[in-house]
Design a protein around this ligand. Sequence first.
Ligand SMILES: C[S@@+](CC[C@H](N)C(=O)[O-])C[C@H]1O[C@@H](n2cnc3c(N)ncnc32)[C@H](O)[C@@H]1O
Length: 186
Amino acid sequence: MPSDLALFLGQLIRRPHQVVALAPSSADLARAMAAGLGPDTGRVAEFGAGTGRLTRAILDRGVAPADLTLFEMNRDFCDRLRDSFPGVRVLNDPAQRVADRCPPGLGAVVSGLPLLSMPDAVQAEILGGAFAVLRPGGVFVQFTYGPRPPLAEAVRRDLALTAERGEKVWGNLPPARVWRYRRAAV
Ligand SMILES: C[S@@+](CC[C@H](N)C(=O)[O-])C[C@H]1O[C@@H](n2cnc3c(N)ncnc32)[C@H](O)[C@@H]1O
């Protein structure tokens, strides 16, 4: 069986527009993405789980495997995720389906999706679906490699989200920043 890195690089070569990253997230970035989660977060969804770098960090924070649902479009990654994380629900579905597949009341969504490479309409579908099932105060966590926020400004505004600039993780290839989105209080 190939290592997680070999599997990731193989899929990057086959499906560059879907994977859109030079390498899996580092352990430092994964820890930063999962910071603030814990057993009290309740149910969590992860988007674009890949080979499971962020998944491991989410579980290490004390989120129960039964409370975690992964959305991953790549079938080979899903097979690896099922082997690596028994008890976690692994869906070979696009993140756009979150509102069909998860009942309302999620505490957090953690996303490794290449959001900025997606058209605004797709970003809106993904974030709109996530906030339809996140409970009030629930958080959507996303990283990005560039200086800009990881979500188009028009999409953020239309969905009435607040954006919080989080930690910059230098120990990642390339360095990445964590952002947290919440529904603005009305
Ligand atoms: C940049 S990789 C991140 C992998 C992993 N989370 C990490 O941080 O190492 C992006 C992942 O998102 C998946 N993906 C892309 N579009 C998706 C979508 N619409 N729904 C679910 N997964 C998607 C890709 O197959 C890939 O595994």
